[in-house]
Design a protein around this ligand. Structure first.
Ligand code: IMP
Ligand code: MG
Length: 194
């Protein structure tokens, strides 16, 4: 698994240090309110678990499973919610957690869906945000790290459901991406679990 990684962007200690800073900021911003965290599975699992343990506030936690059908390494515009009902967030202060903001399709769809329940406020927190033009008008309020537009894996992020358990975030070798992506018959039959 390690040999598939071209270079490490953020190792475990760097991630944990940054999570400490993010948690401090979020704790200060919500000190007088009860937070409702909505984590988007599966990619945000590690991030959610390490971040929330650093936030000493009363909070509620819910998870949403979202699937996006895709070709190659791009998310498609079709964002499908696996739950029949979304959490009731009426009058709540909602913080959406996701692993990475890429095209923006996923977070824009989740935000729109939750807004229908009339929360008091909604903010978005991501571990990673790619510096690029987005397909949807959405930005994150809290960002762990801004990165170049490269395909990364580890610390929850996957490529074809693998590499999530790496304790760091790294760039996947280009040859590997190209080899896998050229086999469209495999890729197109995959539903990407975000
Ligand atoms: P978006 O809808 O294009 O913003 O994509 C968001 C989802 O696509 C994330 O939650 C990830 O699951 C996945 N994704 C986007 N970029 C990457 C990447 O570089 N590595 C792994 N997954 C990614
Ligand atoms: Mg994914």
């Amino acid at each position: 698994m390690q040999s598939d990684i071209q270079r490490v962007l953020f190792d475990g200690p760097a991630i944990h240090k940054r999570l400490g800073e993010l948690a401090k900021q979020i704790t200060a911003d919500y000190s007088d309110r009860e937070l409702t965290v909505i984590a988007i599975l599966t990619g945000s699992l590690m991030f959610m678990s390490d971040l929330l343990r650093r936030i000493p506030l009363p909070l509620r936690l819910d998870c949403l499973s979202v699937v996006s059908y895709h070709g190659k390494t791009q998310t498609s515009g079709d964002v499908i919610f696996k739950e029949l009902a979304v959490p009731d967030v009426a009058d709540r202060d909602v913080l959406i957690l996701d692993d990475i903001l890429d095209t923006g399709y996923t977070l824009a769809a989740v935000r729109k869906k939750l807004e229908m329940a009339k929360p008091r406020s909604i903010r978005v927190c991501v571990l990673l945000s790619k510096r690029k033009q987005r397909a949807r008008d959405i930005d994150a309020d809290y960002i762990g790290f801004a990165i170049d537009d490269e395909f990364v894996v580890g610390y929850g992020l996957d490529f074809m459901e693998r590499y999530r358990n790496l304790p760091y975030v790294g760039v996947l070798r280009k040859e590997l991406l190209e080899r896998m992506a050229s086999d469209d018959s495999v890729m197109l039959s995959q539903a990407k679990h975000l």
